[in-house]
Design a protein around this ligand. Structure first.
Ligand code: FAD
Length: 443
């Protein structure tokens, strides 16, 4: 698999990942165009961020926008994620924000995340299949008894901000889920799950109907300053533009833009999907379609029951792209699934297994805004972008149109550079070992 820390190209004209979504959805994609000679704004990357930026640029600012995608539209994370719609991004919770930046900032951050959720609900309501949304809420599960006290502590902070959150006590957890690795939970009732591929196609349709031109299977190779702004060299010719928004996120190839080099760690997240569970198995696990689950581990596992009764189970994958498809990583997820649900031990195979790159920033939260004259970027969501990208895309467009962004840390500074960047992968490997010890998974 393409490795952003090693390869200079994300590939070209590649079909969508061989995921469960790809095999079980019939997305309607909009028409794509050939590369025009000029644009007011070029957006690079057609995931949720790039498409949402294009919608705002075309609708709100009447810009001539061209979105350039190296592969199939939304080929990166946006067509292959787990579809959890949460009120968060990055790795920091509201309690962390409160500690770092104070109560007012934490409150404004929640408002920004709620805006993302609203925007997604709006998009959902516009779609014929309602994006196959499942509306049960998100449960953050204490994966072992020692994690309960910290989770309860988080609840004490969260309840000041968010009335939609409640605490599930240890003696109540069996009413939610029958897992050996669930000892209490936080429940966020307004979060939900959807089909990410349908969301990608719906966002692409909206961008096209707003007037953005979508150019697929065309790789951006270089950005050079010109009298008008930038000359963008692609694998299918050049385009002159006033401004460029980079929305390639974790898939940003080495050398595309010096201002982004060494400011993100691309990390593989992997998913398995089982065959449909039997009605008895579903009853034994207590899983309910619509509930999305993630645990308190440092190296988190996440899962949800899909509308057709299959279990989607995800977590960290390989460290290097060349190992991404090694079945050992799917097997590891299967083991983790058995640990949570011993009643599913008869399931010894997965039917789908795929991975994708998420962008981890040094200080655990994303940045959106200007990185140079007429050059803007959004990246570093740390694996939580399904809902936030709808806001991030809009803010990216606002930044490109010189509008003032909310006074939040996301929008006020560039991503930090990783110190000793060439050792990022070694650091990741060490972190995985530390995480396993901290999570009580070392054996
Ligand atoms: C397995 C997995 C599960 C996940 N689950 C969840 C979840 O449940 N909930 C959640 O909130 N988040 C989840 N995420 C993260 C979420 O999917 C991402 O944060 C989000 O989709 C990022 O969107 P994006 O538009 O910024 O980037 P992407 O969707 O990754 O798009 C970047 C695009 O840029 C293109 N590109 C790169 N280089 C070039 C170039 N030189 N020229 C042209 N195009 C280029 C790529 O081909 C790619 O299509 C998950 C991620 C993975 C991998």
């Amino acid at each position: 698999m393409y490795d952003p820390l090693i390869d200079a190209s994300p590939g070209e004209a590649q079909p969508l990942a061989d995921s469960y979504w790809h095999h079980h959805s019939q997305p309607q994609w909009p028409k794509t165009s050939n590369l025009p000679d000029s644009a007011d704004v070029v957006v690079i990357g057609s995931g949720y961020t790039g498409l949402n930026a294009a919608i705002t640029l075309a609708e709100k600012y009447q810009q001539r926008v061209v979105v350039i995608e190296a592969n199939h539209l939304s080929w990166g994370c946006s067509s292959r994620n787990a579809g959890f719609v949460m009120k968060s991004t990055g790795r920091l919770g509201l309690a962390d924000w409160q500690t770092r930046y104070g109560t007012d900032t934490a409150r404004q951050i929640l408002t920004e995340h709620e805006y993302g959720l609203e925007k997604l609900q709006q998009r959902r309501s516009e779609c014929p299949e309602q994006l196959q949304a499942q509306l049960g809420g998100y449960y953050k599960l204490a994966h072992r008894p020692q994690a309960v006290a910290a989770l309860r502590q988080q609840y004490q902070t969260l309840r000041q901000f968010d009335p939609a959150v409640r605490f599930i006590e240890p003696e109540q957890i069996n009413g939610v889920i029958h897992s050996q690795q669930a000892h209490a939970a936080l429940h966020f009732s307004d979060c939900f799950a959807l089909n990410p591929l349908l969301l990608a196609a719906a966002t692409a349709r909206k961008a096209a109907s707003s007037g953005a031109q979508l150019v697929d299977n065309t790789r951006v190779i270089a950005l050079d300053r010109s009298a008008e702004g930038y000359r963008v060299t692609t694998s299918r010719g050049t385009i002159q533009t006033g401004k460029v928004c980079i929305a390639t996120n974790a898939y940003t190839p080495k050398g595309l833009c010096a201002r982004l080099d060494n400011r993100s760690l691309p990390v593989l997240s992997s998913v398995i999907v089982t065959a449909p569970l039997t009605a008895e198995e579903i009853a034994a696990t207590g899983l309910v379609p619509g509930n999305v689950m993630m645990d308190t581990r440092e190296l988190k596992y996440y899962y949800r029951l899909l509308p057709d009764g299959r279990l989607l189970f995800g977590g960290r994958g390989a460290i290097q792209g060349k190992n991404a498809d090694d079945p050992v990583f799917a097997q590891r997820l299967l083991h983790a699934m058995w640990q949570s649900f011993p009643m599913l031990r008869r399931i010894t195979e997965w039917q789908y297994f795929w991975s994708g790159w998420v962008s981890v920033s040094l200080d655990d939260y994303p940045r959106i805004g200007a990185i140079d004259d007429n050059l803007y970027a959004a990246m570093g969501y740390c694996g939580a972008g399904v809902s936030f990208t709808s806001v991030a895309g809009e803010r990216l467009a606002d930044a490109a149109m010189a509008q003032r962004l909310p006074a939040l840390p996301y929008y006020q500074s560039p991503l930090k550079r990783f110190p000793m960047a060439r050792f990022r992968r070694l650091g990741q490997w060490l972190f995985y070992h530390y995480g396993r010890i901290k999570d009580g998974d070392w054996r």
